[in-house]
Design a protein around this ligand. Structure first.
Ligand SMILES: Cc1cc2nc3c(=O)[nH]c(=O)nc-3n(C[C@H](O)[C@H](O)[C@H](O)COP(=O)(O)OP(=O)(O)OC[C@H]3O[C@@H](n4cnc5c(N)ncnc54)[C@H](O)[C@@H]3O)c2cc1C
Length: 460
């Protein structure tokens, strides 16, 4: 059993400071505030006893060695942009921040790999790869502000997963410091590797519960050639989803985003883009050498499936302006009230049922719910909007959020497509996973972290 901070913690603090000096923050609540929680504001966060701003893997090893010796819990933190409370501190813990481990150690344009420290920001890595004509393709909306370590720990998605995959598809090797300070190296730089269990994948999406990722080797790719963008307007979400299902049989759009009428109304209110009063809009992008031909086909198929209007551009800046409507979805909804952003995924053919079900939940709970997301992945972000000053409205919003999770499971889906379980959904995991799955996960956790000191209070 791991002890709370106390006398043991005092000895811990002294040894920690002796080893790491001013990399340790302690007793200065103002300085520590920035390390207390992530971007999910609805789950609680505790007050850490210490914050370690690691600058090297050795600092991480020292922290985990001392933490285990003194029975102190550790919460790992990347850039703190998570949306599930995964990096939220608990009382008396050490928050271990990797943000200052932000060196790009090596880019090998021949092998098409980059070796980076965990705190490197996604966008910075992509910019460095661009200097070699290469790209780091995983593109969460937070790419300018989120870390590679956090992206790997959450298996972050984004808009281009339908063509380029999720973060985990781009990870070749990891260095991980385990509870107690041992260093584990996983993976290889070969394209194929079936020697032993795939421990790299085990840490992808493990949300800091199994070990601290300090370094990663990731795959780079040729930079996709400029793209074409298609906007297709539909009278209903059913037609829009049918069009996506049909067109992905023939072409591989890099982006296939959908926005429902509630989302469109909010975006229009914010930006006057003139796209409200319709059932749904699809935003499609095709890139690479066949982009123009593929975009033509997207337009034709959208029309076959009843698009009332399509607009197409092969101009990059015009395309970026159109994609802006999607990027404005959440900020536009946030102007209307407090928001509870969900992140469920269902098999793509169940998307109409998900969106209809969400509309029914919105009506029965008497709250606004706007749905937008990654149509080709079946990964939606139904967002409950409510007045935070109205206590009853806040309760109805929370109930609607829970209803949406249950609906996704009923439709054969999952509780989270890309944001993770964190603290937000830790009590709901059994909705999706059976007892055997939960027990196997718990036993993996026990074997890697027997004292349960890494990211405590999460699902396992
Ligand atoms: C504006 C905005 C847009 C977003 N868009 C997307 C999107 O399109 N797709 C998407 O998937 N997410 C998105 N997110 C959510 C968030 O950016 C991702 O979950 C991201 O991967 C978190 O990275 P981070 O460095 O901020 O991690 P943190 O928030 O610091 O941590 C996230 C989790 O990972 C663990 N962790 C962090 N670093 C490490 C490490 N080195 N070793 C072990 N565990 C670690 C933490 O303990 C925590 O459980 C968005 C967030 C915002 C604010």
């Amino acid at each position: 059993v791991v002890t709370e901070a106390g006398h043991a913690g005092d000895g811990f603090g002294a040894e920690l400071v002796a080893a790491l000096g001013d990399k340790v923050l302690h007793g200065d609540p103002d300085a520590m505030t920035a390390y207390v929680r992530d971007q999910c504001l609805i789950v609680p966060a505790g007050t850490p006893g210490w914050v370690v701003r690691a600058r090297s893997q050795a600092d991480v090893e020292v922290t985990l060695t001392l933490a285990e010796r003194h029975g102190i819990r550790v919460v790992t933190r990347g850039a703190g942009t998570g949306l599930a409370g995964g990096a939220n501190a608990e009382d008396g813990c050490v928050v271990l921040s990797l943000a200052m481990m932000s060196r790009i150690l090596d880019i090998d344009p021949v092998a098409r790999t980059a070796r980076v420290e965990a705190g490197v920001l996604n966008g910075d890595l992509d910019a460095a790869a661009a200097a070699h004509g290469l790209a780091y393709l995983p593109d969460p909306g937070s790419r300018a502000i989120s870390s590679i370590g956090g992206n790997i720990a959450t298996n972050a998605g984004g808009m281009c997963c339908t063509k380029y995959g999720v973060t985990g598809d781009h990870v070749a090797e990891l260095s991980v410091v385990l509870a107690g300070g041992r260093v584990l190296r996983t993976g290889s730089r070969t394209r194929k590797n079936v020697s032993g269990l795939d421990l790299t994948r085990l840490f992808v999406g493990s949300e800091g519960t199994l070990g601290v990722i300090t370094e990663a080797t990731v795959w780079l790719h040729p930079r996709p050639a400029a793209g074409s963008t298609v906007v297709a307007v539909f009278a209903s979400v059913e037609r829009a989803v049918a069009a996506v299902s049909a067109l992905t049989l023939e072409v591989a759009p890099s982006v296939a985003e959908i926005m429902d009428s509630t989302t469109l109304a909010a975006v229009d209110q914010m930006s006057a883009m003139g796209i409200s009063g319709v059932g749904a809009v699809l935003l499609l992008r095709c890139d690479g050498p066949a982009a123009v031909i593929e975009a033509d086909r997207c337009e034709q198929i959208a029309a076959q499936f009843g698009a009332t209007e399509t607009f197409r551009t092969d101009d990059e800046s015009e395309g970026a302006a159109l994609m802006e409507a999607r990027r404005l979805a959440l900020p536009a909804l946030e102007r209307l009230g407090a928001t509870l952003l969900d992140d469920v995924a269902v098999p793509v053919h169940r998307l109409p049922a998900l969106i209809r079900g969400v509309q029914a939940i919105s009506a029965s709970r008497k709250v606004t719910v706007a749905t937008f997301g990654h149509a080709a992945d079946g990964n939606m972000h139904p967002t409950v909007v409510y007045d935070p000053a109205d206590h009853q409205a806040a309760e109805r919003a929370r109930a609607a959020f829970e209803d949406i999770l249950a609906l996704a499971i009923d439709l054969g889906g999952v509780l989270s497509g890309e944001h993770g379980i964190g603290v937000l959904k830790r009590d709901r995991l059994s909705l999706q996973l059976d007892e055997v799955s939960l027990e196997v996960m718990a036993s993996i956790k026990r074997s890697l972290d027997p004292l349960g000191s890494l990211n405590p209070g999460r699902a396992y």
